[in-house]
Write a protein that binds this ligand. Structure first.
Ligand SMILES: Nc1ncnc2c1ncn2[C@@H]1O[C@H](COP(=O)(O)OP(=O)(O)OP(=O)(O)O)[C@@H](O)[C@H]1O
Ligand SMILES: CC(C)(CO)[C@@H](O)C(=O)NCCC(=O)O
Length: 374
């Protein structure tokens, strides 16, 4: 963009007084996430995921996701809910075209023209890392039962002391994986990342199992047995443990390694077994990299987020077991209820017009004011 274009774009930016920031989007490589606020007397959206009631603001935060490849579904949803016309946010009850909303993720750049053409909305871009961390901090401090541990099929909520939240490692497992060392309010550093993430699971899973959707792939994985695909320590050691280095016979020695000696074609394997091995391979790998970063930076708490997790018991168990195994029980894996909505939440908060910062301050004065999910 040359300077004249930049100037023209600035001139097209809406006047701030016209903007009503009651919704924000995070448009990622795989999924588009929408956060929007509705007043208590609004027609409620039953399909919203883990909505949060805000008594102080007399309303509710709603969360919704769409596949980015079907971004038109998101635009249609905004239209059907009249979110681009302000919903019931207008004091006088009249509908008025919203001119700008906060947006983050790569799609805030990629789809800016589409939002403008279809909804008449400009996307005011916020950095995805800033939003992610701000969203995590906000949810962890303000929403009751946001954080939990998950091990051996046991979910346990973690009481977060807001004054003792930092430092922590935030591992966001989206299409790719980003790892952030969070030291304080707005103080963080991206310390690592890997391209072997949720997109890899979904992409390879699609190729190898002919699954119809992500949910189908996850469902298959919950029925599968990875022993049919993975080479275990016992397969190499004739059923015995390799006790000298603490490897029991049931530990995976080589993901997908059993396939080498099987002399079978793809069709000969059960799709659910492939899905299970794939999920285990990717979760183990992320758990291990996360632990190594926690070790490198002396962090005891690791929060896993991103929609790869999907509150899936086996995924959470695998991530927790990897952290537990590598740290010898020293570090803890934790998860967030609003796992994939951190970036969208942070974008929503980046405009302080809706009083959420104020709420946070109030909440800090009185822990009984924590927000509840419905
Ligand atoms: N319904 C779904 N459809 C597609 N993917 C899903 C679904 N539910 C969960 N996923 C998983 O979540 C991942 C996307 O997670 P998330 O929305 O947190 O990341 P993203 O913002 O799209 O990615 P990035 O930040 O890398 O651009 C997918 O790659 C897939 O593994
Ligand atoms: C490119 C982003 C930041 C887009 O959200 C994400 O997909 C990611 O962190 N990928 C991993 C890239 C890497 O660190 O190897």
């Amino acid at each position: 963009m040359d300077l004249r274009d930049a100037e023209a774009e600035r001139n097209m930016e809406p006047n701030h007084s016209e903007c009503i920031y009651h919704m924000a989007v995070d448009i990622g490589g795989s999924l588009t996430k929408l956060v929007y606020f509705t007043k208590n007397n609004d027609h409620s959206d039953d399909e919203s995921e883990a909505g949060v009631s805000c008594p102080v603001l007399k309303g509710r935060l709603n969360f919704k996701k769409f596949e980015t490849s079907k971004i038109y579904d998101c635009l249609e949803f905004i239209k059907s809910m009249k979110l681009h016309l302000g919903g019931s946010q207008q004091q006088d009850g009249l509908e008025r075209q919203i001119t700008a909303i906060k947006a983050t993720g790569g799609g805030a750049y990629k789809y800016a023209d589409l939002f403008k053409e279809r909804l008449g909305i400009s996307l005011k871009k916020e950095d995805e890392m800033d939003c992610l961390v701000a969203g995590a901090d906000f949810l962890l401090k303000v929403v009751r039962q946001e954080a939990f541990t998950y091990m051996d099929d046991q979910k346990q909520f973690v009481q977060i002391d807001q004054n003792d939240l930092h430092p922590y490692l935030l591992v966001n497992i989206g299409s790719g994986v980003g790892m952030y060392k969070v030291d304080g309010d707005g103080k963080f550093e991206r310390v690592s990342g890997t391209s072997i993430g949720g997109g890899t699971f979904w992409g390879l899973g699609k190729l190898l199992t002919k699954c119809e959707s992500f949910d189908d792939l996850l469902e298959q994985s919950s029925r599968g047995n990875n022993r049919a695909i993975d080479m275990l320590v016992g397969d190499i050691y004739g059923g015995m443990d390799y006790s000298k280095i603490g490897l029991s016979s049931t530990i995976i020695a080589s993901s997908f390694g059993k396939v080498i000696s099987d002399n079978k074609d793809l069709e000969d394997y059960k799709p659910e077994d492939i899905a299970r091995s794939l999920l285990r391979m990717i979760s183990n790998n992320i758990g291990q990299i996360a632990y190594l970063n926690a070790l490198l930076f002396g962090l005891k708490r690791i929060f896993f987020a991103g929609f790869f997790i999907r509150s899936h018991p086996f995924t959470m168990d695998t991530l927790s077991a990897a952290v537990d195994f590598w740290s010898k029980g020293e570090a803890k894996a934790m998860f967030l209820k609003h796992e994939g909505f951190l970036g969208a939440m942070g974008a929503f908060m980046s405009s302080d017009k809706h009083g959420l910062q104020e709420l946070l301050v109030k909440q800090q004065q009185n822990p009984n004011n924590m927000l509840c999910c419905d």
